[in-house]
Design a binder for this molecule. Structure first.
Ligand code: IMP
Ligand code: MG
Length: 176
């Protein structure tokens, strides 16, 4: 099987949308600073690109989580592989996601971070695949709502590849 990538959202379109989102987010947090929280690894590119466009002071913070057993074992728990190195209590937090699919990971992560009592807690995602949603999560800023397809690029990977593409594309497997 040969992997082929079909452009879904161009670099230009992503850049334009992020400009718009940065304006909205900037208005929300006007005059205040924000802790950006990146969920590794897929959100790295979006975090950097939104950070570059935001008008207020921000810090960049990283965490790595994995969800316990997909399918039947989905007990409502996530495992923290690497936690934040800042206390977010009383701080403004913007959680930056690459894509929301089932919503399971994000829903658990949201609960966990809210327990830490941030001042304001908002979620942004570059992509949203609502057709596949299992766990409802309130998302404050959505870049693009996309149909149910497997996409790569702009941080998103297939077997760790394609994260560095500057656009979002659908991954196809063609017969050789
Ligand atoms: P969920 O919302 O808990 O199902 O998990 C979302 C995570 O699954 C994302 O952060 C991605 O790492 C991964 N994911 C979901 N859909 C895609 C896709 O189309 N391409 C690449 N990774 C994806
Ligand atoms: Mg992710």
């Amino acid at each position: 099987m040969k992997e082929r990538i079909e452009t879904m959202i161009s670099a230009e379109a992503i850049g334009k949308r992020l400009d718009e989102m940065a304006k909205e987010i900037g208005a929300e947090f006007e005059g205040e600073s924000v802790e950006l929280v990146c969920v590794l690894k897929g959100s790295v590119v979006t975090l950097v690109e939104i950070a570059k466009r935001l008008p207020m002071p921000v810090t960049m913070n990283f965490m790595d989580v994995s969800s316990y057993g997909d399918g039947t074992e989905s007990s409502g728990k996530i495992k923290i592989n690497m936690d934040l190195d800042v206390d977010i209590a009383g701080k403004n937090v913007l959680l930056v996601e690459d894509i929301i699919d089932s919503g399971r990971t994000l829903s658990h992560l949201r609960k966990l971070l809210l327990e830490r009592k941030p001042k304001k807690f908002k979620i942004m995602t570059l992509l949203d695949k609502p057709d596949r949603r299992v766990a409802e999560v309130p998302v404050d800023y959505v870049g693009f709502t996309i149909p149910d397809a497997f996409v790569v690029g702009y941080g998103l990977d297939y077997a760790q590849k394609y994260r560095n593409l500057n656009f979002v594309g659908i991954l196809h497997f063609d017969e050789e």
